[in-house]
Design a protein around this ligand. Structure first.
Ligand SMILES: NC(=O)c1ccc[n+]([C@@H]2O[C@H](COP(=O)([O-])OP(=O)(O)OC[C@H]3O[C@@H](n4cnc5c(N)ncnc54)[C@H](OP(=O)(O)O)[C@@H]3O)[C@@H](O)[C@H]2O)c1
Length: 303
């Protein structure tokens, strides 16, 4: 019997997927809801996971930070714009030195978290797993991917990473999570905002006209990445982006889904962060600034 217990903040699509994968591997975890969430009147949540044509049922304790204290192992799967507030709400309930794994997309919040909570053992993750909630608490694992975790200059995987190695997913430890995060960030910056602007599926970015826009964006993103010391992350960016476009041609990007559903987007942690990085480095970001401006009418502000 394992002694570690993981709490998951952000029991949405990807948080529910990892909760189910942990449960399948016999790793104990519970779901953290906001104080006052009506769902807290229930003590457990049942989640149905559909994966590879099979459906499995999983049951988790649901709790709020106050009742979960002290929290020793925390996985954060909120959207990027909810992450800092979500963590702040849990602060009183986190054990000193708690292990915190941040799995939201985008860049920018990592620096805020490191500056505000230097006492926590904060690690970052990046996943290409795909999940969405089909209805209620039914989650579809839409695609298998790879999850990389690392941080704090930790070369060898800590003991707790054995939990991640035990789940039915490709999970790896990396000494250089920054390169992994930047690479995914760069690819997301090239695909997500454009698909949201043109309200198209990913595959449309390979069509004449849009492919030229993608190429111009990639050149600029790569130059900004180089200037920010992320040359390795942005090497061959256009080729990588077009590979992702081809492999996910039928998909709607998460940003397009958010725009269509009238939800806030993670643009503040993608193109906005990229443009701020370019300005700080004195690098041209004409294409990305124009994209950001064109997107403004479609973007719902984060309240
Ligand atoms: N879904 C995927 O396939 C996928 C793949 C790779 C990466 N990602 C990234 O993973 C992150 C999460 O994506 P997602 O698709 O799972 O989003 P999601 O379905 O919207 O889930 C986010 C969850 O966080 C909850 N939440 C936010 N603030 C909270 C708080 N303070 N306390 C408790 N719960 C809180 C939300 O609750 P409410 O709904 O009540 O606000 C929601 O259930 C994003 O950064 C996304 O880009 C997702």
């Amino acid at each position: 019997m394992r002694s570690r217990h993981w709490h998951i903040l952000g029991a949405g699509s990807i948080g529910s997927l990892f909760a189910c994968l942990f449960d399948k591997a016999g790793i104990s975890c519970s779901l953290l809801l906001r104080d006052g969430d009506p769902a807290l009147t229930q003590t457990t949540r049942r989640i149905q996971l559909r994966a590879g044509g099979l459906t499995s049922e999983h049951s988790f304790p649901v709790t709020s930070g106050a009742h979960a204290a002290p929290i020793h192992y925390l996985l954060v799967c909120t959207k990027a714009y909810d992450l800092v507030d979500g963590l702040a709400g849990l602060q009183p309930w986190l054990a000193p030195n708690a292990v915190v794994v941040l799995l939201a997309n985008g860049l920018g919040y990592q620096q805020t978290v490191a500056a505000r909570w230097p006492q926590l053992a904060v690690f970052s993750g990046s996943t290409t797993e795909g999940a969405f909630r089909e209805a209620g608490q039914r989650v579809l694992r839409a695609g298998r991917g790879t999850t990389w975790i690392g941080g704090r200059g930790t070369r060898d995987a800590p003991d707790w990473f054995s939990d991640w190695e035990a789940i039915d997913a490709r999970c790896g430890w990396t000494e250089d999570i920054d390169t992994v995060l930047w690479r995914k960030f760069a690819i997301n910056c090239a695909i997500n905002p454009l698909t949201a602007l043109h309200r198209c599926r990913n595959g449309a970015l390979a069509e004449p006209g849009l492919a030229d826009e993608v190429r111009a964006l990639c050149l600029e993103i790569a130059a900004i990445g180089q200037a920010a010391g992320q040359g390795e992350a942005v090497a061959g960016l256009y080729r990588s982006v077009m590979e992702v476009v081809a492999a996910t041609a039928d998909n709607r990007s998460s940003m397009l889904q958010d725009v269509l559903a009238g939800r806030p987007t993670e643009i503040g942690f993608l193109t906005s962060f990229l443009v701020a990085t370019a300005d700080a480095q004195g690098i041209d970001a004409t294409h990305n600034k124009a994209l950001l401006a064109a997107l403004q009418p479609a973007i719902h502000p984060v309240s």
